[in-house]
Design a protein around this ligand. Sequence first.
Ligand code: FAD
Length: 502
Amino acid sequence: MQQDPSSDRVVKRVVVAGGGTAGWVTATALARHLGRLIDVTLIESEEISTVGVGESTVPTFKSFHDLMGIKEDQFMAAAQATFKLGIEFRNWGRVGDRYIHPFGTIGTRVSWMAEFHHFWLHAKSRGFGGELGEYCLEWVAGEANRMSVNAAPNMGYAYHVDATRYARFLRAIAEPAGVKRIEGKIRNVDLHPESGFIDALTLESGERVEGDLFVDCTGFRSLLLGQALGVEFEDWGRWITTNSAVAVQSRSSNPPQPYTGAYAHEAGWRWKIPLQHREGNGIVFCNEFMSDDEARAKLLAEIDGEPTIEPWLLRFKTGMRVKSWFRNCVGLGLAGGFIEPLESTSIHLMMAAVTRLIQDFPFNGCNEALIDHFNEKSRLEFESIRDFIILHYHVTERDDSAFWRRCRTMDIPDSLKERLDLWREDARAFKLEDELFRVDSWTSVLLGQRLAPLGYHRLAEMMPDAELRGHLDRMRSEISKIAAKMPTHPDFIRSYCPAEAF
Ligand SMILES: Cc1cc2nc3c(=O)[nH]c(=O)nc-3n(C[C@H](O)[C@H](O)[C@H](O)COP(=O)(O)OP(=O)(O)OC[C@H]3O[C@@H](n4cnc5c(N)ncnc54)[C@H](O)[C@@H]3O)c2cc1C
């Protein structure tokens, strides 16, 4: 007789469907943190390839690894990884513009009552202060192609990783930690006739894999959460209109830079991700304004190194499942939602979700309060990232193409409108709990996109010019001294975490 997998059923057997980055991140984290309490099985099919992209990350990736006890140098060598101190944006505010969104702190706080950028804006209005980037070690080091993890306490950095090698690296941790891997294609998702909970996954081979909790990591297909349980997809395409990408790998063109390149073009943008052994490249576009062939040709014409494989096309939608967790199924990775890759946030979203799943693990059953709590947090995380991405498209002076004219004039979510109003008036920016992007991130992008505020917090005027000038000069000089002592990025990789033949 079938056991009833309803809300008060004890959760002991977790089945992860899918073996892309999301599947292996989830299985590894569950096994590492809860391995003695639960059984973890992962099902993947060699017949269905992974999405094959997803190689640029944000600093929470490092924190997630630290929590799992993963050694940085070993992981980097295995994943042919390089360091990432931020993102270089070209052509976003206007064609020819350039700015960096760095991961580090900008300036040291002069007062607890107002952030650093108010003091810098005041200094600028008085005719001194230099460039904002000069107050951020990660920015200065990035520009000089330098890197060291120990250059200063709390260096803000992430990585560029080879996605396929990364999944392999995690598998080598997960299996010895107890994850059972099953190779096979899922043919059917078996639902309990009364509760509608998932009972089991039936494979093409006829094997039936039963579980108490199912994590859908089947990518854009969303086989369990979307298809079997019918959880709708909330489409944010009216705000983020890019819906296609062509990706290609190429030989390294020059020594790896410690930042991702994001170069805007007439219908979207192009990425450049330097790894130790190659570069990852792609062009993101809205197919209303650029054809697949045009995108492919443009990508191949613009990349620096020689392509090593045939380019491939991806279609996507920005948005999320209206519920990330429904009944006894949680959707992680692309199965749960996707925000186009401009700020490299997808892997972060899945890591944040699996962390919350572990923190709120439903040992005693999938009860509604727990599920609602989880879903509310997921939505907040997704929506705040969505707003940050829209900012890049909407706040621009570009009007050289129909794509940019539409982005510039489109309606935006109220939540973003509020942020822009606060900024425009007197440069106020904020970060709510659980949001990914810091005040310094908002500030870098708002200024980089040319949205100059009308004013700033007048508290900055309390400091006499000479004193402010002295503070600012000392900060800049200290940062440039630290950066000058750092090894070059390639030299640091060579000594710290070289993959074969780097
Ligand atoms: C253009 C683009 C660029 C991106 N760039 C970045 C980036 O720079 N940074 C970032 O963080 N994220 C990025 N992402 C997102 C990132 O690629 C994904 O978040 C990440 O790869 C995780 O994908 P996944 O594991 O959810 O899905 P997938 O990689 O698609 O894996 C799905 C898995 O499910 C399995 N599967 C599917 N159906 C079945 C079935 N019937 N039976 C058995 N198994 C099945 C497949 O075999 C596969 O193992 C990008 C995405 C796109 C589209």
